[in-house]
Structures are given as structure tokens and as C-alpha cells.
Ligand binder design. Structure first.
Ligand SMILES: C[S@@+](CC[C@H](N)C(=O)[O-])C[C@H]1O[C@@H](n2cnc3c(N)ncnc32)[C@H](O)[C@@H]1O
Length: 223
């Protein structure tokens, strides 16, 4: 059984610069392709009025807006993203929808969530972002999610995933990831296992296909 996942071969500065360049084009390139997977993740998280939710890697802010609508005026959404270009676009989206007063945006590397208190959140959401962290960082990010969630809190992750044995699409994608890391920066990981190993109880998992690449949507609960 091949449980290896590719390493990340670029620095955080390169990741930031790449997403800054991409920010104005992200919705044109990936917006509609990724929409149904993001929506499945939001459905599994099922944010409720009054809840406090964190989104890691919010990109152009579609899910921040959806989460802010779900938690309502009494709830709170916190977002963290490494790209200032993405932050500008997400903020514009929230302002245009009148939702900016219930969303707090942070610029930074989500490998460090020190600015969020332990056991202060009801939910954490990530779409196409956990697979951007290097192998030693994935358990650290999941562990940070566990730290900041209240007991019973939910973690919903949408991620490209690796099958066993990996199919042709995964092998091709991994080749691009290795040789053109700024164009194929996400890489398939084992999201469910990572969440399980971080001491979450798996509540729901679904796998669908995006251009032949498996995409896993996982809901875990902190005991
Ligand atoms: C592939 S995009 C996905 C955006 C959004 N979640 C979506 O589904 O449309 C990944 C996002 O994660 C952000 N990101 C990458 N590395 C990060 C890190 N170390 N910490 C926080 N955000 C990061 C990028 O700037 C980008 O906005």
C-alpha cells in the first residue's frame, strides 16, 4: 500500500507571491470548477446561527460569505489566508454583500493559529488548502484545529485525495506538482486519515471526481 504523499517544494513567500498573482484570476480559473466541492464541504459543516467558525485559506471569500450568512448577525466568522491579494478580494466581496461586520480577516500562515484562543470555536472549514501544507505541517494544522475547537466542535475539509493504488490522473498531477509547483500547487493527500490521526471522530466522508482526480470531503468532530 502506497501511503506516501509528495513534499511541498516551495517556500511560504513563494506561495504568497503565487496567490497574490492569481488572486484577480482565481475565480475565472478555478471558481466554477471547485464550486460544487466547496458547497459539499459547507453542507457537511452545517454552520448554525450564533456559531463561531474559522475558515483557513479563504481565497476570494465565497465560503466566508456563505458562512457569515449561515451564522447570522449573532455569529462570527474568522478567516486566515497567507495572501494579501486574496484578502483584498474577499473583503470586497463581504463588503458588497453587507457581511463584513461579522467577519474578521487575518493575514498569515495558518500553520500558526496562536491568535485564536483554545476551545473558542464551533467549527473550522478548509477547502483545497490542507493539501498545500508540507507533510510535517499537516498534523500540526489539524492539531491546531483541535486545540481551538470546543468539545463537540466540527472540522470540515475538502481536499484532493490519493487513492490506493493511485490512478493515472493522480500520478500525472503529482508529476506536475513536482515539476511545476506554482501551477499544480495542491497535491493529493490522505485527508481522512490526517483528521482521524488528529483525534477527530469521523462523522461523514464522501469522495467525488474533479477532472478524474478524487476529491474527498470529510467531517470530523472533536470528542
Ligand atoms: C487553492 S486556494 C483555495 C481557496 C478557497 N478555499 C477556495 O476553495 O476557493 C488556497 C488558498 O489558501 C491560501 N493559503 C496557502 N497557503 C496558506 C497558508 N500557509 N496559510 C494560510 N493560507 C494559505 C492561499 O492564499 C489561497 O487563498
Amino acid at each position: 500500500m502506497d501511503l506516501t504523499i509528495r513534499r511541498v517544494n516551495r517556500s511560504k513567500d513563494d506561495a504568497r507571491a503565487s496567490y497574490n498573482r492569481l488572486s484577480r484570476w482565481y475565480d475565472v480559473i478555478a471558481g466554477s470548477t471547485e464550486k460544487k466541492y466547496r458547497e459539499e464541504g459547507l453542507r457537511k459543516l452545517a454552520a448554525q446561527p450564533g456559531e463561531r467558525i474559522l475558515e483557513i485559506g479563504f481565497g476570494t471569500g465565497h465560503c466566508l460569505a456563505a458562512l457569515a450568512t449561515s451564522v447570522g448577525a449573532t455569529g462570527r466568522v474568522v478567516g486566515v489566508d497567507i495572501s494579501d491579494g486574496m484578502l483584498v478580494i474577499a473583503r470586497e466581496r463581504l463588503q458588497s454583500q453587507g457581511l463584513d461586520d461579522r467577519v474578521e480577516l487575518h493575514l498569515g500562515d495558518a500553520a500558526n493559529l496562536d491568535f485564536i484562543q483554545a476551545e473558542s470555536l464551533d467549527g473550522v472549514f478548509m477547502s483545497f488548502t490542507l493539501e498545500l501544507f508540507d507533510n510535517p505541517e499537516i498534523p500540526r494544522v489539524v492539531q491546531e484545529c483541535r486545540r481551538i475547537l470546543k468539545p463537540g466542535g466540527r472540522l470540515a475539509v475538502v481536499s484532493m485525495t490519493k487513492t490506493n493504488p493511485p490512478g493515472a490522473a493522480v500520478r500525472l498531477y503529482e508529476w506536475f506538482h513536482e515539476h511545476l509547483p506554482n501551477y499544480a500547487d495542491c497535491r493529493p493527500i490522505f485527508a481522512r486519515q490526517s483528521i482521524e490521526q488528529g483525534d477527530f471522530v469521523i462523522q461523514e466522508v464522501s469522495v467525488s471526481s474533479m477532472w478524474g482526480l478524487p476529491v474527498e470531503t470529510v467531517l470530523g468532530r472533536k470528542p
